[in-house]
Design a protein around this ligand. Structure first.
Ligand code: ADP
Length: 399
């Protein structure tokens, strides 16, 4: 009898959704079998699964909200049934913050869970959900190796200066640092650059991850030297519902003068601000681009202005610029935002090619002119494959 190939499940547990993908390990490398999600946990959950070519394999809808634990069990049952020709050996979890303790992925044990719990209050919108999924699987399936893959890990190469706030130094020991996030995405882009553009791989490149959460990373030789997100995923760029950089006096003022509770201020900054807050219309860039409402235009103008401002800070921090990469939902799919961002960086030597920018393609492509001193690329990100590779590597190191 032939031995079944090993398979890996990647899980990304959020506040109202659980995303997953299943990989088979073939000739030592993870290869995608299927991926999907359960969205809308708090309202009417919707389950959908697609194969590696994007064809729908399954769709279900429930009328009643589902607990996250039920969603994880549903996914595991589905995956176990689908993967019966494979041997499910490990689950890789996206975890936002692993602190200084974990500058790389790690196999989860009790000590790791203690560290994750310690950092959870810094990322209340994501980390408690991720920890809950890990604990649930440890109880239900203790046979499965579980690996935590961190969004913060890629940024542990930053210098002390790029990590520090100007508070008394003792606060750094309380974990008040510029951790930085979206590291799984930046890690993926850094692995693509050598094949696509060796000058950017070896040089100074700003990667703009523009999804519903947004940040940028100033890379030197493919390593993080600067990032716009700081202590939490709230800092830096304007996002779908998050405010980005803010004078730290503002939350204090709202609590003192307007008697807002800390919970109300947290909700304002994380859930009610950004594109949604300024436009009053939507947190989705597609809706704003399609709208003639002046408030939608204002939100887009502010998004581009904050991005240009942070790019200037990143250029200063990494002392120069060879290239820019756009990635994630907005970065990959919005020619308007790319064009306006490039236009605002003409002063830095960016010349983009309108036809290349407009050309629809799902693959990595250059959108700067051939004469541009700064090369500009669109590179689709793939955080799941980074989780799958790291999970396989950690699993192998312990088995
Ligand atoms: P997440 O950050 O949730 O993982 P994505 O990276 O997929 O999500 O980014 C989602 C966001 O990308 C959407 O909220 C939307 O604003 C934006 N987006 C997706 N497609 C387009 C498009 N064609 N034009 C403009 N914006 C888009």
């Amino acid at each position: 009898m032939t031995q079944r190939l090993p398979a890996l499940l990647c899980l990304n547990a959020g506040s109202s959704s659980v995303k997953f993908s299943l990989y088979a390990v073939m000739a030592g490398a993870p290869s995608l079998l299927l991926g999907g999600q359960i969205e809308g946990l708090l309202t009417q959950p919707n389950f959908n699964v697609k194969d590696a070519q994007g064809n729908t394999l399954d769709e279900q809808r429930w009328e009643q909200p589902k607990r996250r634990a039920e969603a994880v069990e549903t996914i595991l049952d589905y995956v176990r049934a689908e993967a019966k020709d494979y041997r499910l050996v490990a689950v890789g979890h996206r975890v936002v913050l692993g602190g200084t303790e974990y500058p790389h992925a790690v196999v989860v044990d009790d000590a790791v869970l203690d560290v994750l719990d310690h950092y959870a209050p810094i990322v209340p919108s994501h980390q408690p959900a991720e920890i809950e999924a890990i604990r649930l699987l440890r109880t239900l399936h203790p046979d499965l190796c579980q690996v935590a893959c961190f969004d913060s890990a890629f940024h542990r190469t930053k210098s002390d200066i790029a990590d520090l706030y100007a508070l008394p130094l003792s606060y750094r020991d309380k974990g008040i640092r510029r951790w930085g996030f979206h590291g799984l995405s930046y890690d993926y882009i850094s692995t693509q650059l050598p094949q696509l553009d060796s000058r950017l791989a070896a040089g100074k490149t700003i990667v703009m991850h523009l999804g519903s959460g947004a940040s940028l990373c100033g890379m030197q030789q493919g390593r993080s030297a600067y990032t716009s997100m700081g202590f939490s995923p709230l800092d830096g760029l304007m996002m779908g519902t998050r405010c980005g950089s803010l004078d730290p006096m503002i939350p204090l003022y709202l609590m003192n003068q307007y008697r807002m509770t800390p919970a109300a201020v947290e909700k304002l900054l994380i859930k009610e601000s950004g594109l949604l807050g300024v436009s009053g219309i939507s947190n989705d860039m597609r809706d704003l681009e399609a709208s003639n409402d002046p408030a939608a235009r204002l939100a887009i103008d502010l998004f581009v202005a904050m991005l240009a401002r942070e790019t200037g800070a990143a250029i200063a921090a990494i002392q120069g610029l060879d290239g820019i990469v756009f990635t994630a939902g907005i970065g990959e799919h919005s020619p308007e935002i790319r064009a306006r961002t490039c236009a605002s960086l003409g002063w830095a030597g960016v010349e983009f090619d309108e036809a290349r920018n407009l050309a629809a393609s799902a693959s990595a492509r250059k959108i700067s002119t051939d004469q541009s001193r700064i090369s500009v690329w669109v590179i689709p990100t793939n955080e799941e494959i980074v989780i799958a590779r790291d999970t396989w590597q950690r699993y192998q190191s312990t088995n």
